[in-house]
Design a protein around this ligand. Structure first.
Ligand code: ZN
Length: 400
């Protein structure tokens, strides 16, 4: 991860949806004399950023919780009062597919305006058969409408919904609903590429996570876990054992968890924006993970409760300033390793012949400026599969 392969004075030839060649401008002009030229002087071009962890499909924003936390309420206390995920669930259930589509579309464009061209989007604010399927169908529609590559993940196990906490219907009924009623439809209609579980004390146990993910794997889905965010819980070890494509959060990962991830093919996806926004004074041990040999990815965790940011480059800033990563490491984490965390390592995340023509073009002279100008939007334009998906300024007036 220490070498981002930075080249200077380089031209990129795009044919259709693919990168046809990377080389000197003179060579490429000889090889492709009829190509349309796009002047990228005084810019840095990176692979389109791969945001491998978002909850971008939601209804209303939850700014009131931001203040409540500042006044001392913690995440679990807000959840117990029916806030947090539960308030997003009640809100999403009341909305139509068209309403959710109209809310998500400008948000996804806004993510692209900061450099992202591949965006994972989770369900998980429905938590019923109808509302989870509604969410995933909206993600599919969005993916058909937008130039960016959207990767849908089924997170039916985001939380035990309030209507399964009484005596009539229990949490085990909810797990049964996920496995018997939802998973078969998600798999049959090909509505998600991955299944994800919020594996955390007070949410889903290790045993529940194991049963949900094992069944999901049998149904043909790849596996992801929200693991070891608040307490070390064995989530990272379980992710490695099950062959999950990624284990995400990991702010409280144990030494055994680091060892398990580092010796597996599971990507460690770190979400430093979430810890910053929650006001936590600790971060995932990125250095220890990298030094142990783990593949580390970074992502926004874009969601209405704990990480309402569109700004992926800001997450790279946090990677350097909070996680102790180098500029090369944060760039690899947001491109090559983000792609690996979505099973797309051979498709996107690199500027190389044969890869998808997914590019982000930044106003900068040096690649290290991308994490340096923190909070700024230096992205001039993004290209996904050879097509422009954002020109600087186009998303300026879109509300969140
Ligand atoms: Zn998440």
């Amino acid at each position: 991860m220490g070498d981002a392969g930075v080249r200077t004075g380089t031209a990129i030839a795009i044919e259709g949806e693919r990168i046809a060649a990377v080389g000197s401008q003179a060579d490429l002009e000889r090889e492709f004399p009829d190509a349309t030229r796009i002047d990228c002087a005084n810019t840095v071009i990176t692979p389109g950023l791969v945001d491998s962890h978002t909850h971008a499909l939601f209804g209303r924003a939850r700014y009131e919780e931001h203040e409540q936390r500042a006044a001392g309420a913690d995440y679990m206390a807000i959840a117990r009062r029916g806030g947090g995920i539960h308030s997003s669930v009640a809100d999403l259930r009341a909305r139509s597919e068209d309403d959710l589509y109209a809310l998500a579309l400008p948000r996804l464009r806004r993510l692209a305006s900061y450099g992202s061209t591949t965006i994972e989007v989770k369900s998980g604010y429905g938590l019923s058969v109808d509302d989870e399927l509604k969410s995933l169908r909206v993600v599919r529609r969005l993916g058909e409408a937008l130039p960016m590559r959207l990767i849908p993940t089924w997170l039916g196990a985001h939380e035990i919904p309030l209507d399964h906490r009484g005596t009539d219907r229990s949490r085990s009924d909810y797990v049964a609903l996920l496995l018997d009623e939802l998973l078969p439809v998600v798999a049959r209609e090909n509505l998600a590429r991955f299944a994800d579980v919020f594996c955390e004390p007070g949410v889903f146990t290790i045993a529940e996570t194991r049963s949900i993910l094992t069944a999901s794997r049998s149904a043909g889905l790849g596996l992801k876990l929200h693991a070891d965010e608040l307490e070390p819980h064995g989530g990272a070890e379980l992710a490695a054992e099950l062959g999950a494509i990624s284990a995400d959060h990991l702010a409280s990962i144990s030494a055994a968890g680091i060892e398990a991830i580092a010796t597996s093919g599971t990507v460690a996806t770190l979400l430093p924006g979430t810890m910053l926004f929650l006001g936590k004074h600790r971060q995932a041990p990125a250095r220890r993970l990298i030094d142990a040999g783990a593949a580390v990815a970074l992502a926004t965790d874009f969601n209405p409760g704990t990480s309402p940011t569109f700004n992926f480059p800001l997450i790279l800033t946090l990677g350097v300033s909070q996680l102790g990563m180098s500029a090369a490491e944060v760039l690899i984490a947001a491109t090559v390793n983000g792609a690996a965390a979505l099973g797309l390592a051979a498709e996107t995340g690199q500027i190389a012949t044969g890869f998808s023509a997914d590019l982000a073009i930044f106003h900068a002279d040096d690649v290290r400026e991308i994490p340096y100008w923190y909070g700024d939007r230096r992205c001039r334009s993004t290209w996904a599969r050879g097509k422009p998906c954002h020109a600087y300024g186009a998303a300026d007036n879109l509300s969140a």
